[in-house]
Design a protein around this ligand. Structure first.
Ligand SMILES: C[S@@+](CC[C@H](N)C(=O)[O-])C[C@H]1O[C@@H](n2cnc3c(N)ncnc32)[C@H](O)[C@@H]1O
Length: 246
């Protein structure tokens, strides 16, 4: 719950269509053939590592992390996703309902080797407390990897549709109907921000940035959606970052 005691923004977004999201993302090109290959490539060897999947959704990442030999804690703020991830993984992972905007009371200092947070931070306005918690729970030398909407793409999309009134350099909340998951169309509220507002909070939290990726779609993407493939080969849709705790 937020300070105003209403459900977190991420939950309000995803409870509108959690089941349809879960059915789509195993094979939806933007997830399966664009985001996941890029983010998984940012991760170190996972065998025997303790990994937090922060904002696990229906558990596709968590399952892959477990299959790679990690000991996984998966958390999400949307109860339907927590139930789905528990159903998917059973005893093979610890799955908890948790809001990443609140202290991560389930985790000890320096407990984790890796925190992975794909496509989640778009729904959090102030990253500092969340990144501070990720830093606290990681071991020194631990890896934090995340992805989210590319700042240039989010700006283009939101400004072209008149959804924001500021400049590229502002951090702004905007709401968009998503048409990629069938009807009724969910109305998704997120925050767009410039590149500096994605990178500097990571550095300020005590991380060293190791790698930035502006992913390219894979050949599988081309096979199922050639038009969007061509577009994503010309201009970015998402951005991925790997940082290490100093
Ligand atoms: C686009 S989905 C990504 C799911 C998963 N990471 C993946 O890539 O398959 C965004 C997820 O972030 C979760 N989320 C959003 N805000 C959150 C918060 N404050 N705390 C925990 N989870 C949050 C949503 O419930 C949803 O599962």
């Amino acid at each position: 719950m937020t300070a105003e005691n209403e459900p977190a923004l991420g939950r309000r977004n995803y409870e509108q269509f959690a089941r349809r999201y879960a059915e789509a993302v195993p094979t939806k090109p933007h997830n399966a053939y664009y985001d996941r290959p890029a983010v998984l490539a940012l991760l170190p060897e996972l065998r025997g590592k303790r990994v937090l999947d922060a904002g696990c959704g229906p558990g596709i990442y968590a399952e892959e992390l477990v299959n790679r030999g990690a000991s996984v804690v998966a958390v999400d703020v949307t109860p339907e996703f927590v139930a789905m991830t528990r159903g998917r993984l059973g005893e093979r992972a610890t799955v908890l309902e948790a809001d990443l905007e609140q202290p991560l009371d389930f985790a000890r200092d320096a407990e984790f080797d890796v925190v992975v947070c794909p496509l989640v931070l778009d729904y959090i306005e102030d990253w500092q407390p969340t990144l501070g918690e990720f830093h606290r729970i990681l071991k020194p030398g631990g890896v934090f990897a995340f992805s989210q909407g590319h700042p240039w793409n989010d700006w283009q999309l939101a400004s072209a549709r008149g959804l924001v009134s500021g400049t590229y350099f502002d951090t702004e909340r905007y709401t968009m109907e998503w048409h990629g998951f069938g009807e009724p169309y969910p109305r998704i509220t997120a925050f767009r921000r410039p590149l500096e507002a994605m990178i500097n909070p990571v550095i300020d939290a005590g991380f060293q940035i190791e790698r930035i990726v502006e992913p390219r779609p894979t050949e599988e993407f081309r096979a199922v959606d050639p038009e969007r493939y061509e577009r994503l080969m010309r201009e970015p849709g998402f951005i991925g970052v790997r940082a290490v705790k100093l």
